[in-house]
Structure formats: C-alpha cells, structure tokens
Design a protein around this ligand. Structure first.
Ligand code: TA6
Length: 278
C-alpha cells in the first residue's frame, strides 16, 4: 500500500507500508526519512528539528550525497545537489506481501547542468521489507566521462553513543578529516569524542552493535565507509540538530569518497548497493 502525502507547506513524500514494514521517502532527494519494521525500533534517526522545505536538506534518515561527497570545491555545495532536487517516482511495486519496491529517478536539467555540466540519470531503488536495500545507480548519458564521489549518508538511531561498537573496519586505513591524517584502524570502534573518518578500501560487511540490537551493513560497489558523530560542541552548532542529539545517532555511510572516486565513461554506469539487516 502506498500514497503520495504532503506536509502543510506542500512538501511531498511517499508513504508506503506492507505486512512487515513501513517507510516515508521525500520526493526531494529520494530521501528515506522513516523506516520501521513491525515490532522493532525505528532503524533511522530523524531530527525533530528537521525542515521539510524545498531546497533544505532533511536532517537524518538517508541523505544521498551525489555527485559529490564532502565539499571539495566552491563550485558544488556540501554533499552535492541530489538531496536538494526532486526525483520522479518511476514505479512502486509490491513484490510480495512483505516486500515493496520503489524506483525513483533524477535526470539532468538546466538547473543541474548549471551546477555540474553533465548529462546523467541517477536511479534510486528501495526494497522495503524486514531488511532495507538501497541501490544507487549513476548512468552517464554524456559523450564524455565524468567523475563522482557519493555516499548513502545513513543516520542510525542508537540507544546511546556510549553503548555502541562498530566492527568490520579493523586493519583498514582511514582519513581522519579532523586532523587531516591517514591512520590505520587497529580494533573495533567505540566513540567518546567527535569522529569524522573516511575508511578506504573497506570490506563489504560492517556491523553496528548496540545495547538492544545488532545491525549489519552489506555493500557492493562501495569502496569507502564514513563513520561520523559530531559530538557535543559541533552538534550544538549544526543546523536543525538538537543540542544533545549526538548521543542518539551514529552515521555509518556506504560511500565512494576522496581517493575512492568513481570515473564513469560515456554511456556507462556505476551501481552502489546497500543491504541493512537487523
Ligand atoms: O559525513 C560526515 C560529514 O561530511 C561531516 O563532516 C558533517 O558535515 C556531516 O557530513 C553532515 O553534513 P551536512 O551537510 O548534512 O550537515
């Protein structure tokens, strides 16, 4: 079952539900901002201060960072423009009683070409069931190659930042963006201060252990994993972020960032796929 809903200001989102799960996806940015499985805690954290306004990035859920991750130069806004542009809904299909497929697309436009002068299609396919699958497919419709960096910037809801451990990144190198240093991860990750790391050449499975649950992220087509928590000081300065929100979420982002950029030839495509089970 699904419907297009609108907030009072006309901001549109898709609401879908099936026998085991329900989800809300904004047309702007194909932004999944709610996802829950019957009888379980919401998987995603969403700021109560989040704005659902045209041209304003939703704080929380799964922002799409594309065609850039980060803010590499002044020609492109932080994390690219895809999360600010309205996607078309191509298909909603109930594959079975417990699985709903949603296919959305952003195509280049005059506005996008002013920001990034390339012809493209960016397809996002969500599979909503007792697990979450997100496929991000970039197609180069141009006559020349282009380079992208990208991330599914997922905000995971947690019991408390002190309770979590992240496994699967041991022995990976990472860029510590706070100190601009390249380091090697020695062990499982616990967080007791601001963390903003881009792990490179990461394996395909990352695990988030929280007090009450264990979340598995399995990716294909993603060479980087970003681990981010703003901690108290940065959190208090960020837009649409409650003062102590840093305790309630951790971002583990399936990405191709920094040196893991993707070069896509003319008429070629690249696919990033994430499966979250818990
Ligand atoms: O992915 C981590 C990060 O790049 C942080 O440096 C922080 O800026 C975060 O993304 C949130 O960015 P946003 O543009 O959504 O406020």
């Amino acid at each position: 079952m699904y419907s297009i809903q609108k907030f009072e200001n006309g901001f549109e989102y898709l609401e879908l539900s099936n026998a085991v799960a329900k989800a809300k996806i904004a047309l702007q940015g194909a932004h999944l901002f709610e996802y829950s499985v019957r009888g379980k805690e919401d998987l995603l954290w969403l700021s109560p201060l989040s704005r659902f306004e045209e041209g304003v990035a939703i704080r929380g859920g799964v922002p799409l960072c594309w065609p850039r991750f980060g803010s590499l130069d002044e020609t492109m806004m932080q994390h690219g423009f895809a999360r600010l542009f309205k996607f078309k809904v191509l298909k909603v299909e109930e594959l079975n009683k417990e699985t709903t497929l949603l296919h959305m697309r952003l195509s280049d436009s005059k506005e996008s070409r002013e920001l990034w002068d390339h012809l493209f299609e960016l397809d996002v396919v969500f599979k909503i069931s007792d697990q979450l699958e997100i496929t991000l497919m970039t197609k180069n419709l141009d006559t020349k190659p282009f380079i992208i960096t990208q991330a599914l910037h997922t905000y995971f809801k947690i019991s408390d930042i002190a309770n979590i451990t992240i496994k699967g990144l041991q022995n990976c190198y990472y860029i510590d963006t706070l100190r601009d240093e390249k380091c090697k991860e020695q062990e499982s990750i616990t967080i007791d201060q601001e963390i903003d790391r881009v792990y490179i050449d990461t394996d395909d499975t990352i695990e988030l252990y929280d007090k009450r649950r264990h979340i598995r992220l399995k990716t294909e087509g993603s060479a980087s994993t970003v681990v981010w928590n703003p901690w108290q000081q940065k959190c208090s300065k960020m837009s649409y972020m409650p003062q102590d929100a840093y305790r309630e979420f951790v971002c583990i982002e399936s990405a191709n960032a920094f040196d893991d950029f993707i070069r896509i030839g003319s008429k070629k495509s690249h696919t990033l796929h994430l499966t979250v089970s818990f």
